[in-house]
Design a protein around this ligand. Structure first.
Ligand code: FES
Length: 284
């Protein structure tokens, strides 16, 4: 085991520098790493990578990183509180200033260099939008390197749409569109459509030419999105997915993330759909 792996096994000490409400039971955790080793480990992480976040004494769990390396050095995770989850409850009970642990960065990443020059279509379902925010931010910060960006953002209800306070900035970015949809549209909400993300996708009917899609959400959503994309003329090689929702131990030990021979945590979490399509179907 090399030095790097050794370090990724134990948490770096962080401090909860900020908390923002993102939606019903969903919070953004902004973490400042306290020691030089941790800061160095997270100096150059990539979109799509994940990390373990721990509430000391309560437990730790893997979450997709939702920030990109920035001047302020804050590392961000969007975390949904599960009613019976010891770790997520422990994290939601923390206050600004409290110690918090982080391990990582782990996993592969979205090939942001390989997809330069392409039209990018981002599809996020619920909390699945969190690991896609680094993709959106990377395109925004390097706007001329990419073609158009079309964001499809879905949730069960408006209260579960995350990063609402950034929508205006996304919409004001050149060559960028944001489209929202919710399963159940309350009468007083008029910011988007009612229905599934696949219905919205068919309505928008984006051209597959020189385009790449990036999807994150529950496996069933990823499956139906890929079927719709195929109908619209996209090939499986044009579809990137992150399966980070399948992870448990995150380090190849528990065997719970496997799809056939593939371990999501050590081989992924980012894949081209062509690599996982058949395997994914058998797990629906
Ligand atoms: S999450 Fe445990 S082996 Fe992959």
């Amino acid at each position: 085991m090399n030095e790097h792996n050794h370090h990724s096994m134990r948490p770096y000490l962080g401090k909860l520098a900020g908390v923002k409400e993102l939606g019903t039971d969903i919070r953004l955790f902004q973490i400042e790493l306290m020691d030089a080793v941790g800061k160095e480990a997270f100096a150059n992480y990539k979109p799509g990578q994940f990390g373990f976040v721990s509430a000391f004494g309560e437990g730790e769990a893997p979450f997709g990183i939702t920030s990109i390396p920035a001047q302020d050095g804050l590392l961000e995770f969007a975390i949904h509180r599960h009613p019976h989850g010891k770790t997520t409850n422990g994290l939601h009970n923390l206050s600004v200033g409290d110690p918090i642990g982080v391990r990582g960065p782990l996993g592969n990443n979205f090939p942001m260099d390989d997809i330069k020059g392409k039209d990018i279509i981002v599809l996020g379902g619920g909390i699945g939008g969190a690991p896609l925010r680094p993709v959106i931010k990377t395109v925004m910060e390097n706007r001329d390197d990419y073609g158009s960006m079309t964001i499809l953002w879905a949730a069960r209800n408006p209260g579960l749409l995350i990063f609402t306070d950034e929508y205006e900035e996304w919409r004001n970015t050149p060559q960028t569109e944001l489209h929202l949809t919710v399963d159940n549209k309350p009468p007083d909400w008029d910011e988007g459509d009612e229905g599934l993300i696949t219905t919205l996708l068919e309505k928008l009917n984006p051209s597959p030419e020189n385009a790449i899609t990036i999807t994150c959400g529950p496996p069933i959503m990823i499956h139906f999105v890929s079927l719709t994309l195929k109908k619209l003329g996209f090939t499986l090689d044009q579809m990137l997915v992150t399966l980070e929702g399948r992870m448990h131990c995150g380090i190849g030990k528990c065997g719970r993330c496997n799809l056939g021979d593939i371990f999501v945590c050590t081989d992924g979490p980012v894949f081209y759909h062509s690599e996982v399509a058949e395997l994914l179907e058998s797990f629906l």
